[in-house]
Write a protein that binds this ligand. Structure first.
Ligand code: MEV
Length: 428
């Protein structure tokens, strides 16, 4: 359905999206000043990012067109292309669970404090539930409490962990409200003030997973080269697991796709980034989030990704931002856990696209044309001048804004000479 989507005019692309989701009105959505002014403090204007769509995604046998807001060229092209090659991506999700912490410091007798807290477990949980009635009514809210003693060189701490099901919301406000409601009771029981009461962005249980199997033949027409590419992809993946320099960039490429979907859907991408990178280093050794293995005999390349994706589909910015609403509608109104799985699938595809390019032609080739386009606009090329200038930039041995400006000047010179010629010939 989306064949050659990238070559279409913007209006044609919009019409195709309209056809894909007939009730989704593609008219240009904007964030109204009145809404933006209530989202942040000292508001002045909106900062815009381009929003495009990755096409060709099949997740759990269902077709998706994925909204992505991103400033970096090639990200959407790579995701769409990878989506086509990978075919169906199978996904799953762990617990819908976030964690909040109340930290008590300067604890003289940890055993005694732990015992006091244990005796208050039910009371504390019921205080939390009373302050999260909306969530409890929706089937979520406080799940349980855990108490721990931790030590540093400075002092002894007792930590109260509250686990919480945020349903389809991010849950930060709900958890913080519960923690601040529980803290006075804890302070009274223990006899000292809490140091910190706040949600943690780390989770080991709210994990999204995606996996795919690609027939090696899909990687190249030539069988031998296809096998070579599959093996090189597996080696690049393996290498990332032993080198933090590579693992960091490997994961950055994954987050290119995930953050773009997070931004398009109004999600807190800083929370996602913090959570994902903490998870990548959970063994004490920063690791790649994906893994690619190659089965030469079965002629398949297997890919998988596993990462925490604390996302929401209601509440906060999401419910008031018209573009976030539009993006969620384009995704057919997923639940929060479905959205995390879509993001995991995009991350896996984004990583496949990047590694495939890296182990074959490199990434610069794919970047060239968009880079040329961006330079053409930077130096002020008009709509008619963009295409000829891009062609010249691509043919030039180096690409920079200086080269682009020189070529544009030459192009304008040529055009005015041609115009003079036409005028001269007409006058003869
Ligand atoms: C660039 O934004 C992302 C890549 O560097 C990712 C990678 O190297 O895997 C291409």
């Amino acid at each position: 359905m989306f064949k050659g989507f990238y070559k279409k005019k913007i209006s044609e692309r919009r019409a195709m999206i309209d056809e894909f989701r007939p009730n989704l009105h593609i008219m240009l959505k904007q964030l109204p000043e009145s809404v933006a002014n209530n989202m942040i403090e000292n508001y002045l204007m909106n900062y815009e990012l381009p929003l495009g769509v990755a096409v060709n995604f099949t997740i759990n046998e269902e077709a998706y067109v994925v909204p992505m807001a991103v400033e970096e060229p090639s990200v959407i092209a790579a995701a769409s292309n990878a989506g086509k090659i990978l075919g169906n991506i199978q996904t799953s999700y762990g617990e819908r669970e976030i964690v909040g912490q109340i930290v008590l410091a300067e604890i003289d007798d940890p055993v005694k404090v732990l015992a006091k807290l244990e005796a208050e477990r039910e009371t504390l949980l019921s205080i939390a539930k009373d302050h999260a009635q909306n969530m409890v009514r929706r089937g979520g809210g406080p799940l349980g409490l855990r108490f721990e003693h931790k030590m540093s060189e400075m002092t002894d701490y007792i930590v109260i962990y509250l686990t919480f099901n945020p349903c389809d919301a991010m849950g930060a406000n709900a958890v913080n409200t519960c923690l601040e409601a529980m803290a006075p009771h804890i302070e009274a029981v223990v006899g000292q003030d809490a140091l910190i009461r706040i949600l943690s962005n780390y989770s080991e249980t709210a994990i999204a997973r995606a996996e795919t199997q690609v027939m090696v033949a899909k990687l190249h027409q030539d069988r031998e080269q296809a096998h070579q590419i599959a093996k090189r992809i597996a080696m690049a993946s393996d290498y990332a697991s032993i080198d933090i320099y590579r693992a960091t960039t490997h994961n950055k490429g994954i987050m290119n796709g995930i953050d773009a979907v997070a931004i398009a859907t109004g999600n807190d991408w800083r929370a996602i980034e913090a959570s994902v990178h903490a998870y990548a280093s959970r063994t004490g050794n920063y690791q790649p989030l994906t893994r690619w293995t190659y089965d030469a005999e079965a002629e398949i390349l297997l890919g998988s990704i596993e990462l925490p994706l604390p996302v929401a589909v209601v509440g906060g910015t999401i419910s008031v931002h018209p573009i976030a609403q539009w993006s969620l509608e384009l995704l057919n109104q997923p639940s929060a856990s479905q959205l995390s799985q879509i993001m995991a699938a995009v991350g896996l595809a984004q990583n496949f696209g990047a590694i495939r390019a890296l182990v074959t032609e490199g990434i610069q080739k794919g970047h060239m044309s968009l880079q040329a386009r961006s330079l053409a606009m930077q130096v002020g090329a008009t709509e008619e001048e963009v295409e000829p200038l891009v062609a010249q930039l691509k043919a030039s041995p180096t690409m920079s804004s200086t080269v682009a400006a020189d070529l544009l000047e030459q192009l304008r010179g040529q055009v005015s000479e041609e115009r003079k010629d036409v005028k001269y010939n007409r006058n003869r």
